[in-house]
Design a protein around this ligand. Sequence first.
Ligand code: CTP
Ligand SMILES: C[C@](O)(CO)[C@H](O)COP(=O)(O)O
Length: 373
Amino acid sequence: MSVTLIVLSAGNSSRFNYIVKKQWLRIENKPLWQFVADRLNSFYNFKKTIITANPEEVRIYKKISDYTIVPGERERQFSLKNALEKVKTPYVMVIDVARACIPEKIILDLIENKDKAECIVPFLKPVDTVVYKNSTIDRDDVKLIQTPQLSKTETLKKAINTDKLFTDERALIENIGGKILYIEGSEESRKITYFKDLNLPCLKPPKKTFLTGSGYDTHKFEENKKMILGGVEIDVPYGLKAHSDGDVVIHSLIDALLGGAGYGDIGEFFPDTDEKYKNISSIKLLKEVINILEKTGLEIINADISIIAEKPKLKNYKTKIAKNLTKLINAPVNVKATTNEKMGFIGRGEGIAVISSATLTYKDWYEDYNSRK
Ligand SMILES: Nc1ccn([C@@H]2O[C@H](COP(=O)(O)OP(=O)(O)OP(=O)(O)O)[C@@H](O)[C@H]2O)c(=O)n1
Ligand SMILES: C[C@](O)(CO)[C@H](O)COP(=O)(O)O
């Protein structure tokens, strides 16, 4: 219980070059970062687990996980620095999220050796001839460095106060003269850098499951404003009162999509107190939500929308709205319209309400991997 685990997961995943960021690939029903944190916690009883996340994704990480989530920075070292501020134990183990299949033996070997140096580091020897700047060098002088590395917290906290950039904890600690102990690493600890690296034994395909979400929104009528529903302009001399363009159909759809994903609701992503969203086109918000869903490993299957309005009559707009939304979310959308039989605020013609549902699934990266092989 004297060791804190840090999982570094705030990277851009740029070399991975896939629609889903590598840290968000679903392993059965878990994102990779949660899978890695759970896997290591099943090997050893860590006192605390801290995960660094892209600042824009912190809110979503917190919805999914009970681990401590810390915003990352533009460089690995600065992300690590943020996480280290939360470490109170004498030892800290740091792993790249990309080293997903780390075997139990490495974790236990690191722990067993924890007092033998300031930083314990797993490595592999190259098995091939090594050439450095056109000269063959002794391969026994070369080490391929892996994570996790286990460091004394106090030393690492001291070492990280530097202006120089290093790629791992070992290099930081070596820079201040700390003692390093190397232990044998493992082939299974290979880092997922490119999409082709997904042939690792512990990575199970995403669960084939359906996630459903529902959304509801309502807005009052307002004179002398454009009415936009589902991104389509409706030819009437009044619109809907709102902080944004008042597209109640898209707002309800966004809530259904976020609901299916388990990511909360529209107000958490685009607060109506933020000037940035004043009069904004709701299409922009929808596109942002689709982008969040895609890069975090989700795919939309379909959506169904019911517009409840006494006025305006939407008979001639339903198909246009459905086609527009189908194009925007790249999945079939059905749009229905009904009156409220003259009852309540809708019946009195004061405004419109919209109810939506959406179905999502996990993006099947495994199928894409097999088809590219
Ligand atoms: N600003 C950063 C950059 C990287 N990392 C993490 O540090 C590890 C090593 O980075 P790498 O595997 O190379 O991932 P990316 O930086 O995401 O990859 P790329 O360089 O291809 O964008 C990863 O677990 C990554 O999420 C981080 O927490 N904060
Ligand atoms: C820390 C590391 O995993 C050691 O091999 C590696 O340096 C991190 O990856 P990057 O490619 O340097 O970002």
